[in-house]
Ligand binder design. Structure first.
Ligand SMILES: *[C@@H]1O[C@H](CO)[C@@H](O)[C@H](O)[C@H]1NC(C)=O
Ligand SMILES: [Mn+2]
Length: 465
């Protein structure tokens, strides 16, 4: 079935296959790629230059060179007045220039950002910080902070860093549209927690760095948003502290490690989560118990094929084995693509594109050009037509998150289940599918899902009129 995900922080991936290319051929092909890349860069710079300096008006006007500098409005009156008017935007009134002089948890020397150093009374500490920095209180209940990241070194795969850039761009696009902050980490916050364990210390540090956020949303580097309008149904998770894509019967009855996916999760910034992260991390490579956990997991999880303790199997284990302690607060989301397996998804994208075009042809208000900032309104308009689409497998709704589990864009050591071609073509297709939803607000679109070029979108697209 679904192969494990190890493509972010890939250094010690158990699924990684040794590369078949010899060192010599690697050098040669990399050399060609480098020359090709350099040539491309020259062409690109030349063409950009020719766009940037149009011949009819070679001397920029003096006004253009000397932008008018206006005095700042008096600190508090005008500024707040404007921000308060922006209702509906969580935290629109946040004051980024003031920290309360009163002591808060940051002032305690014993408090550490590192995993392995438990935090006590976190809920109270967070509440106290919010009380002292009240401009962040508005919207704090639902505020989301997105986290993602990749390994500290360059990708082995020659196009790996480019792919990671595109995957990250996609997340930045989603966050900008929805007003979320995002952090990309590419250092190991714990030297011994590499590979798929590396995200745990990042989540822990982010919880402390962002007390204004209620939710920390980890999204793997090899996962992307293929529906830029869909929002997490946070109301559904109000009594839970951790949300993962998963299926209860596979975990509780089959003890399967593929009964969930640990590559995308939403975790509440609270004491429960602090405790859970500490417990989860106890199975990691930074502890003397790592080998022991490898054998425990292997003996309790029948479909686990590799000996090392891994984060995903560890998470499944905690759900079925320490059920009383954790499971009540863990929401296994299986109703929509909280994250979905790319092989199942990418083949449906063409038909989905067709369906969405049909909807736009029928509904004039969806064809209206608009500012990117007000995209939410159009998402709501579109939703009126998606009642029959369903969610997840078999649906013609845009899949929310497509996860390239097993493709390993950075190392290139994709699982041998797939051909490299299907991974690369599918990634490009999904990335362009998502990009089209974003570029549309900028007046452009890819004419074809595998075409890197774009066309200007005609006014009132896609109307027959
Ligand atoms: C796409 O739609 C066509 C026509 O409705 C259908 O025959 C085909 O099976 C669909 N493809 C997929 C992958 O769903
Ligand atoms: Mn992944």
């Amino acid at each position: 079935m679904v192969s494990p995900d190890h493509s972010h922080y890939e250094s010690s991936s158990p699924m990684a296959k040794p590369t078949l290319r010899s060192k010599a051929s690697l050098w040669i092909s990399d050399g060609f790629l480098f020359l090709g890349g350099a040539l491309m860069a020259v062409v690109l710079i030349w063409s950009l230059w020719s766009i940037a300096s149009p011949s009819p008006n070679p001397t920029p006007s003096p006004e253009f060179l000397r932008p008018e500098i206006k005095p700042r409005p008096a600190e508090d009156d005008k500024q707040t007045e404007m921000n308060c008017a922006a209702d509906g935007v969580p935290g629109a009134g946040a004051n980024l220039r003031r920290d309360s002089p009163e002591r808060n948890f940051y002032d305690s020397p014993e408090l550490s950002y590192s995993i392995g150093t438990p935090v006590r009374d976190w809920d109270e500490k967070r509440r106290d910080w919010l009380r002292k920095n009240p401009s962040f209180a508005d919207g704090a209940k639902d505020r989301i902070f997105m986290l993602t990241g990749s390994q500290p070194s360059a990708c082995k795969n020659s196009v790996g860093d480019h792919l990671l850039l595109r995957f990250f761009k996609n997340k930045v696009d989603y966050c900008r549209i929805h007003g979320y902050d995002i952090f990309y980490n590419n250092v190991l916050l714990h030297p011994n927690m590499g590979s798929y364990w590396a995200k745990l210390p990042v989540v822990r540090a982010a919880m402390m760095a962002h007390p204004e956020a209620e939710w920390i949303w980890w999204v793997d580097s090899d996962a992307l948003f293929t529906d830029m309008e869909f929002k997490l149904p946070l109301d559904r998770y109000k009594d839970h502290n951790l949300v993962v894509h998963g299926w209860a019967h596979l975990i509780h009855e089959k003890h399967s490690w593929t009964g969930l996916n640990a590559g995308v999760f939403l975790i509440r910034n609270c004491q429960w989560a602090m405790d859970f992260m500490e417990r989860w991390a106890q199975m990691g490579p930074q502890t003397p118990e790592y080998e022991k956990w490898g054998s425990i997991l292997r003996s309790t999880v029948p479909d686990k094929t590799f000996p090392e303790s891994d984060d995903q199997t560890g998470l499944a284990y905690l759900i079925f084995k320490e059920k009383e302690r954790w499971a009540d607060k863990i929401y296994l989301e299986g109703e929509y693509y909280f994250e979905g397996y790319w092989e199942e998804i990418v083949r449906t994208l063409d038909n989905i594109t067709e369906k969405y075009l049909e909807i736009e042809k029928r509904d004039e208000k969806l064809r209206r050009r608009h500012a990117e900032k007000v995209s939410d309104q159009y998402g709501a308009f579109r939703e009126e037509h998606l009642g029959a689409a369903g969610y997840g497998l078999g649906s013609w709704r845009r899949p929310f998150i497509t996860h390239f589990t097993g493709c390993q864009p950075c190392s290139g050591n994709h699982n041998e289940m797939y051909s490299g071609e299907s991974c690369w073509d599918s990634m490009r297709k999904a990335l362009n599918f998502a990009d089209n939803q974003v570029l549309r607000s900028f007046g452009f679109m890819h004419p074809h899902p595998l075409d890197p070029s774009v066309d200007a979108v005609p006014f009132n697209y896609p109307s027959y009129a």
